[in-house]
Design a binder for this molecule. Sequence first.
Ligand code: TYD
Length: 214
Amino acid sequence: MSQGLFVTFEGIDGAGKSSHVDALAQAFRASGRPVVLTREPGGTPLAEQLRGLALNTAMDPLTEALVMFAARRDHLVQVIEPALARGDVVLCDRFTDATFAYQGGGRGFDLDVLAQLERWVQSVEAVPAGQLRQPHLTVWFDVPVDVAAGRLAAARVPDRFEAQPREFFRRVAAGYAQRAAADPQRFARIDGAQPREAVWLQVLEAVRGRGWLP
Ligand code: TYD
């Protein structure tokens, strides 16, 4: 059995990651690997309920951080860990970097508290004591805030995060940049402002470069 692979996708709202997550799932399946395609907050019945609350109900920043991590814990235990144990590829639209970027950067919530919650939630049996479950690769769609805002405006009724001003997203983007700088091996930065096909080639290259796809 091959080893499980955990890949996450990040970026500010409007960065355009969704279609590429789907395409990458297809590419892995075509190569013969089972894929679990999932998202955060969400991915289980409980976590999807928490998502509905997080995206639509006003709450204080600590509550918001706890809801994100509560959803994550359920998702890890119920879906991600079992899939990795089977040797599946887990493709997850957002994970903990989003909490550091949105709750930490965007809302300005205490990063040390987030790091502590991360330690509690991502300590799992399959990972040696003292280490945390982390993605093997995080594909980060880095897009200028003005470009992302333009895409969002055309799209849909905004949720509680999408409705935030550009200044909020500048802080979120800085939060992502900080996480990427702290763990450059794990992150693949994608220039998301390019045309869709060029973005896809960058995504594919990030995965092929690690030898995970032919
Ligand atoms: P998103 O992933 O963009 O889904 P959709 O494409 O359906 O809108 O929406 C999730 C939102 O939740 C997004 O605005 C970022 C936010 N979020 C956080 O604030 N913290 C987190 O930890 C996660 C996972 C998401």
